[in-house]
Design a protein around this ligand. Sequence first.
Ligand SMILES: Nc1ncnc2c1ncn2[C@@H]1O[C@H](COP(=O)(O)OP(=O)(O)OP(=O)(O)O)[C@@H](O)[C@H]1O
Ligand SMILES: [Mg+2]
Length: 260
Amino acid sequence: MGNIFAVTNQKGGVGKTTTTVNLAASLAEAGKKILLIDLDPQGNATTGCGIDKTTLVNSSYDVIMAEAKALDAIVRPDNLSFDVMPTNVDLTAAEIQLLDVKVREHRLRIALESTRENYDFVLIDCPPSLSMLTVNALVASKGVIIPIQCEYYALEGLSSLLQTVERIKQRVNPTLEISGLLRTMYDARNNLANQVSRQLITHFGKKVFHAIIPRNVRLAESPSHGVPVISYDRSSRGAIAYMALASEFMRREKLLMADK
Ligand SMILES: Nc1ncnc2c1ncn2[C@@H]1O[C@H](COP(=O)(O)OP(=O)(O)OP(=O)(O)O)[C@@H](O)[C@H]1O
Ligand SMILES: [Mg+2]
């Protein structure tokens, strides 16, 4: 699916949601039409975009269960320049309910078929698991963005994520690619972080984004104000890093398109 990207890593707390919200905002700032889909029952991206989870009319749960059309679940939050398909804890039930459904891996792909054409990029915030929801995101996507916190256990689990991506690529979504690995919460003074970063580059080469997201308190504070960091403190190191990531991401995607 040409313009859909899953932000995923089954390891918890590595910066998936922070990356989805702030990359969406930075791409929108660059003039792109963006849809952010919250596919994590925790609903952190929903809250981070200033949406009240308790008052949703429709959510990504309704879309994935085919109880609402994608268009009817998409909202444009005040003060943001991109669209959001929010979620809440209802989505937890989808995991179990999907077990009774045929072609359950394709629900999101099918639901987004016409809607995605309204956007330059669609970014999906995935839950911290390799669950049926994550599989739905991977089946619907063209690329996978993997945020990685450069610490001791960072590479553990990466191989099962890569295997899952490979399996989905072979079986159902032949054009699925790793779009990039993103170093998050990076502290260049930390020797271990530098060592893990070098290992990533050795293993994955150009797949590692040049842009590095530093540990920055503004990035941690902005969700409590319901806005991306560029709206909260646009001169912060976090905001500058995510804008650099957005430029690099657009450049890469353009080059890939030109190659095809
Ligand atoms: N670069 C950063 N600097 C400082 N704090 C950060 C940074 N990135 C993320 N955080 C904070 O770290 C925590 C985890 O980040 P985030 O929620 O983005 O991770 P996640 O991978 O989506 O987590 P989960 O697996 O629970 O969905 C949050 O409190 C977030 O505000
Ligand atoms: Mg998250």
